[in-house]
Design a protein around this ligand. Sequence first.
Ligand SMILES: [Zn+2]
Length: 76
Amino acid sequence: MTTKVNCPTCDTKVTWEPASEFRPFCSKRCQLIDLGEWASESNRIAESPLVSSMSESELDQVERLLEQRSQDYLNS
Ligand SMILES: [Zn+2]
């Protein structure tokens, strides 16, 4: 029996297993979108057409940026 959850960002069904690296999100993109919303407390990133056209390396850069911002946020 497998457990499935809905991706909090886009409602796609995600199987809860070690192979689902970004669970409960369906993808890294959805994880970043959710983190971005948390960090900025707005939907600006999710609404940006840039996110959907990002390459993996660009997503990595955004992820680093968001990590930095999260740390700034926690330290302030
Ligand atoms: Zn998703």
